[in-house]
Design a protein around this ligand. Structure first.
Ligand SMILES: [Zn+2]
Ligand SMILES: [Zn+2]
Length: 168
């Protein structure tokens, strides 16, 4: 979805409200395919101050994720705030600036949404900070019930010590 900002750049308007909703299915983020519960919403305003054009917006969506520790599906709200100057594009800019520069006054909101989702994606995909995860030995979800495996799990360094002690 592209939004035309020509009237802002030419001064016929001082603000343009922008609201875009885009559904995302199997959005690829850090090699993970993510779906969103509802369409992702971009809501904001492009405005003109002192002959310059700025964009202030919020991108918000609810990602359907799977906990990396216990594999339980959970929902996470992803929010990203944008406050950037919008420039008229030329060919010498680097890629990052390209996102907020317009060709023919057309701002590519879809690109900005995608970039926001990647930037705001959680570092740790866990259902809860304190998620205990699955037992690596028996696969039991340790959040639901403890298993017996833990008792036999001994630090490998201690195991060596135990061997030595037994030999004596
Ligand atoms: Zn979990
Ligand atoms: Zn276990």
């Amino acid at each position: 979805m592209k939004v035309n900002l020509q009237e802002l750049f030419e001064g016929q308007k001082n603000t343009i409200d922008i609201e875009v909703q885009e559904p995302y299915k199997n959005f690829n983020c850090y090699n993970e395919e993510i779906s969103f519960k509802e369409p992702v919403v971009f809501r904001g305003q492009a405005y003109r101050v002192n002959h310059e054009v700025f964009l202030k917006a919020t991108v918000e969506g609810v990602a359907l994720l799977k906990c990396h520790r216990c594999l339980t599906p959970f929902e996470q709200r992803i929010v990203h705030h944008i406050q950037e100057r919008v420039t008229v594009g030329n060919h010498e800019q680097d890629e990052e600036d390209e996102l907020f520069s317009v060709q023919d006054y057309l701002l590519d909101v879809s690109d900005i949404i995608e970039n926001s989702l990647v930037l705001a994606f959680p570092m740790k995909v866990v259902c809860d900070e304190n998620c205990k995860g699955l037992c690596l030995v028996c696969g039991t979800d340790l959040n639901e019930n403890p298993c017996e495996c833990e008792k036999s799990e001994i630090d490998p360094r201690l195991l060596k010590l135990k061997d030595l002690l037994q030999k004596d």
